[in-house]
Write a new protein. Sequence first.
Length: 163
Amino acid sequence: MKDNIEGQGKKDSAPQPSILILGVGNILLGDEGVGVRVIEAMQDMKLPENVELLDGGTASIDILENLKNREKVIIIDTVKGGGEPGTVYRFTPADIRVKKKMYTSLHQVGILEALTMFEYTGGTPRDITIYGIEPEKMELGLELSPEISAVIPRVIELVLAEI
């Protein structure tokens, strides 16, 4: 009997899209999941072939490989910036400083800390834009607050303008 091993060990040869739209957050904590909810809302949209959507959930370190060598990465997340709930902030990693912390687990590393790891691993995306949405509530529950749900179309509009 002959084993059929054709194709084993080969990676998908399709090129990686140059633009990644990444939604992060914990959908179990209400407004904390807004980044993921934006990605869900965009799933049925017709996007250019060079655009990929990714639900990053809470897996910041695990998604680094997905960001590597992209032309543009757009990240959508909850940000406590002190504004009114539903305020949309636009910034880049250079606009913020990550405080050095001592971690006891890689699960404690947030998306901003993960982005700084590119300095050491290489493959940094050429352009990273972050859209942060000011939350109303971050407590147990699957539903977004009305203020946050209402801002999702605006966030999508801003993201589409970026690409």
